[in-house]
Design a protein around this ligand. Structure first.
Ligand code: OAD
Length: 265
């Protein structure tokens, strides 16, 4: 691990007033959850990608549910089982510890797996929703999937199909944000708030493929905030980062904790 970059990052973090972590699938790869891109990524199958298109859902939600269950029901059940069984990685735990130490003020995660909460992070925005919920696209109500699903494995069995909103009776959609769907307004609000406040953005395990991730990093940079990247691979943002640590989140974040604790000892 590059010692100099690590030391610089710790320095910047300790001096920051509102350090924010913007996290992607890489941190959960160490919990056994596949990432989205790359040869074995979840989106390596183009048909699967099409299935989670917001326009398709909006056209006919009932049909969307029928199709998704007949074509992808088994995969979905397997994926949910994987997420239910997953445990936080060393990176998730270290991030929660950095919050307790007063260093990280907020986590903006693109992951839907719930592992940040499981590790103890409190100040969190799940930008792309949560696999544990369904959401009403008309009135915004979120409901736990357990209210609608009898059984996850070996196959999905619904108590109520298609699932309907308890408030307005519209057909619910998985809370996870689909392709072509805007982020829900409460999520956007929290994202805008913490992005505007941050003077140090830690980019952890994200390929920075999503446009708003690139934009927020560019904004932080233009306001003279620091950009720190933790990712074993080069990304769309590596070239504009102030500090790049090309290593795994589960190695780098615990090292931050050790060094920061060492400063106050
Ligand atoms: P990607 O799959 O695009 O990228 C994962 C990144 O994690 C890559 O840059 C890897 O190099 C890096 N990585 C892998 N192992 C790592 C490790 N141990 N430590 C640190 N980094 C590691 O995933 P995201 O950038 O999260 O959106 O993808 C962003 C969004 O695109 C997802 O939230 C999803 C997808 O479409 C929705 O589903 C709405």
């Amino acid at each position: 691990m590059p010692n100099e970059a690590l030391g610089k990052a710790v320095d910047v973090l300790v001096r920051s007033r509102h350090a924010v972590a913007l996290v992607g699938a890489g941190i959960s790869a160490e919990s056994g959850i596949p990432t989205f891109r790359g040869p074995s990524g979840l989106w390596s199958n183009a048909q699967r990608l099409e299935a989670f298109d917001f326009g398709r859902f909006q056209q006919n939600p009932e049909d969307w549910w029928e199709n998704i269950l007949s074509q992808w029901g088994q995969m979905w059940s397997l994926f949910w089982q994987t997420l239910e069984a997953a445990e936080p990685s060393l990176g998730h735990y270290a991030l929660a510890e950095l919050e307790t130490l007063g260093i990280i003020k907020h986590v903006l995660t693109q992951n839907v797996d719930g592992l940040h909460q499981k590790a103890g992070t409190r100040s969190l925005t799940e930008l792309h929703g949560s696999f544990r919920n369904f959401r009403c696209v008309r009135c915004g109500t979120r409901s736990p999937i357990g209210d609608f699903i009898e059984q996850l494995a070996p196959a999905l069995v619904f108590k109520q199909f298609p699932p309907r909103c308890s408030q307005c009776q519209s057909v619910l959609k998985p809370d996870a944000v689909f392709f072509g769907e805007n982020l829900p307004s409460d999520t956007l609000h929290s994202f805008a708030l913490h992005s505007a406040l941050t003077d140090c953005l830690l980019l952890i395990g994200t390929s920075a493929f999503i446009r708003y991730v690139v934009e927020v990093a560019q904004d932080v940079k233009s306001y003279h905030g620091a950009l720190v990247e933790i990712n074993p691979e080069k990304t769309a943002l590596t070239d504009i980062c102030d500090i790049v640590i090309p290593a795994a989140a589960g190695t780098v974040l615990p090292e931050f904790v050790v060094r920061i604790r060492g400063l106050s000892a």
